[in-house]
Design a protein around this ligand. Structure first.
Ligand code: 5RP
Length: 270
């Protein structure tokens, strides 16, 4: 691996081998997602607790201070919307020249395996990897399911992650599922867990993140379950405790409750 690629990967994945990526890219197909109407206000207090931010160039330029940031994973796929025909019909929206200009540490795009646009999105991934690798930029592939959330089982997600890695992704983002070790075991590159829609309880999120980490994930790319929480900083610190401090779900839940209540947490390092 060349120096530039190694350096970018090291910006994203911390010395303990783990990472907390903060996605705020949802507007690229959802528009002004709840709690993300003004992305800068949402992300600014959370920046100290994340290792990288996943966003589009539009949000990067308008909402992120170049003098006060974390490494950027640039979302470079899109071309669909919640009200359009099919969320899977994505293309590449942003060039590698633009990613270089924005000093991105990585680029990210979605593949929609099993959809009508499987072939198109997989070829998009192959082409993006060709171009990004020429510049030493890692590609994070997102195994997207569109509206079909019920697709998320180990057999399907394991297949998606493996295919994305085979096509050259350096990191794969996928959903947590039961038997998550089947997903990580078959994937030769690091796997990070996406959050999905906001859950009913904090403990539920902390449990699946902890389970995923025990079963081979290196971290998360988790947005709504942090910034749609009424106490986003408390939730970011709790997730961070699982990822970087080896906390159990229960211990991390205590961190959440202590910070939420204003008491000093016993463990919540930045
Ligand atoms: C949207 C994405 C998001 O980055 C991903 O879904 C993670 O965010 P969340 O935890 O809110 O699901 O790729 O297409």
């Amino acid at each position: 691996m060349d120096w530039g690629m190694k350096n970018r990967m090291a910006q994203l994945i911390q010395p303990d081998g783990h990472c907390l990526f903060m996605p705020i890219d949802h507007g690229y197909f959802q528009g002004p997602t709840s709690k993300l109407e003004r992305p800068w206000e949402t992300v600014k207090p959370l920046l100290p607790y994340c290792d990288a931010v996943f966003c589009t160039r539009g949000v990067l330029r308008s909402a992120i201070d170049p003098a006060n940031t974390k490494p950027i994973i640039l979302r470079v796929s899109g071309g669909t919307s919640m009200v359009g025909k099919d969320l899977a019909n994505e293309g590449i929206t942003t060039s590698i020249k633009e990613a270089v200009r924005l000093n991105a540490s990585a680029v990210g795009m979605s593949v929609f395996i099993g959809s009508d646009y499987e072939h198109q999105t997989l070829l998009n991934l192959g082409r993006l990897v060709d171009e990004a690798e020429e510049h030493g930029i890692p590609v994070m592939a997102v195994t997207a399911v569109g509206r079909e959330l019920e697709k998320r089982d180990a057999r399907y997600l394991g297949m998606c992650c493996r295919i994305a890695a085979e096509l050259g992704a350096r990191v794969v983002k996928t959903y947590w599922c039961e038997n998550f070790e089947k997903v990580t075991n078959g994937c030769p590159v690091p796997v990070v867990i996406a959050g999905g829609p906001k859950t009913d309880s904090e403990l539920e999120v902390l449990k699946f993140v902890h389970d995923g980490m025990q079963k081979g994930a290196i971290g998360v790319n988790l947005g709504r379950n942090i910034w749609q929480n009424p106490h986003p900083v408390a939730m970011a610190k709790a997730i961070r405790a699982v990822i970087h401090e080896d906390a159990t779900a229960q211990e991390a839940h205590e961190v959440y409750k202590e910070i939420k209540s204003g008491r000093k947490p016993v463990t919540s390092g930045v």
